[in-house]
Ligand binder design. Structure first.
Ligand code: SF4
Ligand code: SF4
Length: 422
């Protein structure tokens, strides 16, 4: 286990504990969004999740562990403590990686609990923090023209941005040529697949979206990129803006549900689409959503005509491994490429520290986790690290660049597109 290093514990003081007190539910939060008693009751405080929790491993603090966070949620639920700053910080320091869920024998739905706790804490935040979150999440992220404008400005200003913001803006990646609305398959049509374009994914990694469309079409699918789709709402949900997340989900539901299948190539977005049943009752859509690697693993990929003579390591995005419980599919589809040698990473399943806006909001913890992940990638002696999530790709790419590593970051779709070219 990584030795505790309380110095990266963000705003939590060493030995932080929750004090008791009266519940002070701030105005504006919906009681229905608070952590549910039945979910809280599932935790038996066994502690088996603790060694798997990145923030506990790095701080050694119970308050920064899943068990500690659940205890705090219970104290709030039973009126034994207020929604104070320490509670807010404990929830903020959580990555939402859900490694604790995979480890938990009692199947505690920690991701759902965390979203509820953050929704509860949100109205009590300091006004500037609330305003910044509202502008970022509801003002910009939910409105594609504003998001494109903000990304263009960020791209232009990249050289003068502070380092922690610069890490969120990949150099020279902004693409203008739009994706085709419809791409017909090579050969007989097997059905129609709708691709979730994503917002961050489409702005910074449109080449990955293009490769995704190409790979699916070469595998025999008619690929549509529905025009009316908006941000999936994952970040809104993770940061406690559940009403906004529901609004976005309701806009996406009819737009995506028309296709036979829905494919996401960003693990965080895919995991969130798969939660639309729980969020807005869209079980019909949620059941048809697959990560690209899973879809190709289930249905067969394109003919692979070219060799890629490279050692390839697979970084498991937390929202693929822990939220969607997918580990083998990316390895199977990449391992089928002639010439590819898959190499393992130390501590598979270790979070890279990207976690949505975490690298912006918790820069020290995020940098510690990112550096550790980049080091393990370097030690694997891989030439390429395959990453199926844009946040992880940015984080690992930035950390590898800081180490002057020669390892290249690629999305599985890019490797499959290269191997399946005519
Ligand atoms: S979340 Fe699960 S593993 Fe962790 S303490 Fe609770 S019951 Fe045990
Ligand atoms: S989601 Fe990740 S960081 Fe948060 S408590 Fe669970 S394991 Fe720890």
């Amino acid at each position: 286990m990584t030795p505790p290093a309380a110095s990266v514990g963000g705003g939590l003081p060493p030995g932080a504990r929750f004090a008791g007190g009266a519940v002070a539910g701030p105005p504006g939060w919906h009681a229905g969004d608070a952590p549910a008693d039945r979910d809280l009751a599932q935790c038996v405080a066994c502690g088996l999740c603790l060694p798997h929790c990145p923030t506990y491993r790095l701080t050694g603090l119970e308050v920064a562990s899943p068990r500690g966070r659940i205890a705090a949620m219970r104290q709030v639920a039973t009126g034994r403590r207020p929604l104070d700053r320490v509670f807010e910080q404990a929830m903020d320091l959580c990555l939402g990686c859900r490694a604790c869920e995979t480890a938990c024998p009692s199947q505690v739905p920690f991701g759902r609990l965390l979203e509820g706790a953050r929704a509860q804490a949100e109205p009590g935040r300091a006004a500037p923090a609330r305003l910044a979150r509202w502008i970022g999440l509801e003002g910009v992220l939910g409105h594609p023209p504003l998001l494109t404008g903000a990304a263009t400005l960020a791209s232009l200003a990249r050289p003068v941005l502070p380092p922690r913001l610069r890490r969120l803006v990949p150099a020279g990646r902004l693409r203008r040529r739009p994706l085709a609305a419809v791409t017909e398959p090579s050969g007989p049509r097997r059905g129609t697949v709708a691709v979730l374009r994503g917002c961050i994914q489409d702005l910074w990694y449109r080449d990955v979206n293009r490769a995704t469309v190409t790979v699916l079409a070469r595998a025999g699918w008619r690929v549509v990129v529905p025009a009316g789709q908006v941000c999936c709402g994952a970040l809104h949900a993770h940061y406690g803006h559940l009403d906004a997340a529901r609004r976005l989900a309701r806009r996406n539901h009819p737009v995506l549900a028309a296709a036979d299948h829905v494919v996401a190539n960003a693990a965080g977005c895919g995991a969130h689409l798969r939660s639309y049943g729980e969020l807005i009752g869209a079980d019909d859509l949620a059941a048809r959503v697959r990560d690209l690697s899973v879809f190709l693993d289930e249905h067969g990929g394109p003919p692979l005509r070219h060799r890629i003579e490279r050692r390839v390591a697979v970084h498991d995005a937390c929202h693929l491994l822990h939220a969607q419980r997918v580990r083998d599919a990316p390895r199977r589809v990449l391992g089928a490429i002639p010439g590819v040698e898959l190499v393992p990473l130390e501590e598979p399943g270790r979070c890279c520290g990207a976690a949505g806006l975490y690298n912006l909001l918790q820069p020290r913890m995020s940098a510690a986790l990112g550096a550790a992940r980049a080091e393990s990638v370097d030690r694997s002696r891989a030439a390429i690290v395959a990453v199926g999530n844009p946040g992880c790709a940015m984080q690992i790419g930035a950390q590898l660049a800081a180490r002057r590593s020669a390892v290249r970051v690629a999305h599985p779709a890019e490797l499959l597109a290269a191997a399946s070219r005519p």
